[in-house]
Design a protein around this ligand. Structure first.
Ligand SMILES: [Zn+2]
Ligand SMILES: [Zn+2]
Length: 298
């Protein structure tokens, strides 16, 4: 189903599931190499996307086909976790942003001492890139977000700061009878005084009973132990967060580029074993192109 058509029930589609940097080659064939970009479709309203990694370009292509088929201009809100390259590099290649009739708002993290627009202008200008944010269509806007609650139409959004190497938000969307939480980059080791199994109240609040929790699962536990300050989670910690918060389904996400398909299969099996031992949530490993329909009230 094309995102601009009217979905009959809420659905999440993964356009990019990789962390750090896009990658390609045979070992990434099944899980995919595009960086973070996820679409949440909701009945009766415009879709919401999470992050602007390289996967957002494919979503742009889908939306452009919808425009060409006559469904009307693109409307989309984006919840942007932070400004690391792997979460923003797709924006200049998101073609609908340049159309005059598109209505698009990027709700992203407040930046110290400058606006979100100014931060993007700093990275989207020569000699880094030839296109600036001024070239987006008239309906394109940035919205500076902190730790707060706000609404996008009838969707209720909760944003909270999470532990990472630079200011980063996690989001929860409650709408159409479902709850989806997105915490792309989250590293417990960023606060060295936190015990290994500590889950901050803000993270519990984001994940509490969520129908779907999409969470950083970049590393094995051994990798996490070797680089605790890199700002990411082990699969063990991701399962722990989901179980502590009572999430119903955990999607392992932000896969490390060092991990090929077979590595991720093994990590998924390990995560499922961990969850089964503590009667935790269903576990999946997100893959590019995967579409999950969410049942309201499940
Ligand atoms: Zn990242
Ligand atoms: Zn990051």
């Amino acid at each position: 189903m094309a995102p601009s058509s009217v979905p009959v029930q809420p659905a999440v589609t993964f356009y990019g599931v990789r962390g750090s940097v896009p990658c390609s080659g045979p070992r990434y064939h099944r899980y995919g190499g595009n960086t973070s970009a996820v679409l949440l479709e909701l009945p009766g309203r415009a879709p919401i996307a999470f992050d602007l990694g390289s996967g957002i370009r494919d979503l742009g292509d889908v939306l452009m086909k919808s425009v060409a088929s006559g469904v009307g201009p693109v409307e989309i809100d984006v919840l942007l976790t932070h400004l690391h390259w792997d979460h923003v590099l797709g924006l200049p290649f998101f073609t609908p942003a340049f159309l005059p009739d598109t209505r698009m708002t990027v709700h992203g993290p407040q930046q110290p001492g400058r606006s979100l627009r100014d931060a993007f202008t700093g990275m989207m200008q020569p000699p880094y890139f030839p296109i600036t944010p001024d070239e987006f269509g008239a309906g394109f806007a940035f919205a500076d977000v902190g730790s707060e609650r706000f609404e996008i139409g009838d969707a209720r959004v909760l944003s909270r700061w999470v532990r990472h190497t630079d200011p980063a938000l996690g989001f929860r969307v409650d709408a159409a009878g479902v709850s989806v939480t997105y915490i792309a980059d989250h590293g417990p080791g960023c606060v060295p005084t936190d015990p290994d199994d500590f889950v901050p109240d803000d993270v519990i609040e984001l994940c509490d009973g969520a129908d779907l929790l999409i969470h950083d699962a970049q590393y094995t536990q051994a990798e996490q132990d070797a680089r605790p300050h890199f700002g990411h989670s082990s699969i063990d910690y991701a399962v722990h967060v989901a179980a502590e918060a009572g999430a119903k389904c955990l999607a392992l996400f932000h896969h490390c580029p060092n991990h090929g398909d077979d590595d991720l299969d093994a990590m998924l099996e390990h995560a499922r074993d961990l969850s089964a031992k503590r009667n935790g949530p269903e576990i999946i490993a997100a893959h590019q192109g995967q579409r999950l329909e969410l049942a309201p009230g499940s």
